[in-house]
Design a protein around this ligand. Structure first.
Ligand SMILES: Cc1cc2nc3c(=O)[nH]c(=O)nc-3n(C[C@H](O)[C@H](O)[C@H](O)COP(=O)(O)OP(=O)(O)OC[C@H]3O[C@@H](n4cnc5c(N)ncnc54)[C@H](O)[C@@H]3O)c2cc1C
Length: 377
């Protein structure tokens, strides 16, 4: 392991947490959820809300050990594509339905886990005249559809302001939710890898879980678990860094730029978190390796110093895997026999993943697809 890989710890891991215990004996449950990131936890939450008699959740590592606890913390409403592009690809009705579902999910997250969300709005900043013209197209399309957007010009540059977007502390949110789910009776285990997944049965190294519904909530490396998804799903590595506090706050809202390929936010203590650069290193970043890599980190460091003007010391560098689809739509479906799969958010799963996790629980327990219909391919 080189020095950069050794640093692989997210800025969000800044509070006390007792890791989940491993599962060491056979158990039965009505619902078994595999993967305890934001998606899996939302799925368990919904299953309990719907009255599931018993729920078991397992994670190969621990709560939010993957992308869910290692991301940029941006809560952006809507599908992965900009509004005008999404309308062209998916149609107006579906795009607006996804927008409404993600906005509602943001309100749910605020209600369920008070104190982890800050409604700051977010910025899309143009890096070129061409991108600024694209911002104008997005502005026109959003206004025509009654969505909140403003033109923006400020210290970050020129572009668009989305006043209803937010940021959150993703790892804290996941851990708070996990604690409340355990209090409500969900049995959650860490260091427990699903080795085989079949209808009604999940085998781990040292146990068998028998469950009527098995819901797999895994984003990055989903194709490892289900090779039949290889034609639809491809894993990429996303990377970030964070700095020591630099005051005063110069970025009160999170920023996406270069068509969303680079993004950053400044926390209330002044530290700056910057991610992106994946598109600049296509050859190496389509990978299931989830350790930070020197080339992308060098790119991020240059952007931090030259574009953002941040001078304070870099304290964290980290990476995680996410899965992409060609359509930009996630995978949410029953594979058969009560096994459901949910994942592949093409880089923006904080809100969409939570919606889809809840939607999968409803599909499994009620046969109802209202939450996931707009995402279905
Ligand atoms: C650097 C980075 C920045 C990002 N920034 C943003 C952002 O600002 N906004 C946004 O919306 N999205 C962002 N994303 C994407 C977002 O983080 C993910 O889409 C989302 O967190 C996925 O959550 P999840 O719960 O579906 O999956 P994951 O977080 O991937 O969780 C899956 C869990 O399943 C477990 N698991 C895997 N295989 C097994 C197995 N066989 N048995 C048991 N457990 C298993 C893993 O340990 C993991 O904990 C970013 C991602 C990264 C990496």
């Amino acid at each position: 392991m080189n020095a950069i890989e050794a640093l692989n710890k997210p800025r969000w891991d800044d509070h006390e947490w007792a890791p989940l215990p491993p599962l060491t004996q056979n158990v039965e449950a009505e619902v078994c959820v595999i993967g305890l990131g934001g998606t899996g936890l939302s799925c368990i939450n919904e299953a309990l809300n719907l009255g599931a008699a018993s729920v078991v959740g397992i994670d190969a590592v621990d709560v939010a050990a993957g992308a869910a606890g290692r991301n940029g913390g941006l809560l952006l409403a809507g599908p992965v594509d900009f509004h005008h592009d999404a309308v062209e690809k998916l149609g107006r009705e579906r795009t607006l339905a996804i927008h409404a579902l993600t906005e509602r999910e943001l309100a749910t997250i605020q209600r369920e886990t008070p104190g982890v969300v800050r409604v700051t709005g977010s910025l899309r900043i143009a890096e070129s005249a061409e991108e600024l013209a694209d911002c104008q197209r997005q502005f026109t399309a959003m206004r025509a559809d009654g969505l909140a957007v403003e033109s923006y010009e400020g210290p970050e540059g020129r572009g668009l302001l989305f006043p209803q977007d937010a940021v959150f502390q993703p790892l804290k949110r996941a851990r708070m939710l996990a604690n409340s789910l355990r209090e409500r009776g969900a049995r959650l285990y860490g260091q427990t890898i699903a080795r085989s997944i079949e209808p009604g049965r999940v085998r781990t190294e040292s146990s068998t879980i028998t469950a009527k519904h098995v819901i797999v909530c895994v984003d990055g490396k989903l194709e490892w678990l289900f090779p039949e998804l290889l034609a639809e799903v491809r894993t990429a590595r996303l990377q970030m860094l964070a700095t020591a506090p630099q005051l005063p706050i110069v970025f009160p809202r999170p920023v996406s730029m270069r068509y969303g390929f680079d993004y950053w936010q400044q926390l209330e203590d002044g530290s700056v978190l910057l991610g992106g650069g994946r598109d600049k290193f296509e050859a190496t970043e389509w990978t299931t390796d989830d350790a930070p890599d020197a080339r992308v980190q060098e790119y991020l460091e240059k952007r931090l110093r030259e574009r953002l003007g941040v001078t304070s010391e870099i304290t964290h560098r980290w990476a995680a895997s996410v899965a992409f689809t060609d359509t930009g739509l996630p995978i949410v479906r029953e594979l058969g026999g009560g096994v459901f799969v949910v994942g592949a958010y093409s880089g923006t799963g904080n809100l969409v993943g939570a919606v889809c996790g809840r939607g999968a629980a409803r599909l499994a327990l009620r046969g109802e697809n209202t939450l996931i219909a707009p995402f279905e391919d």
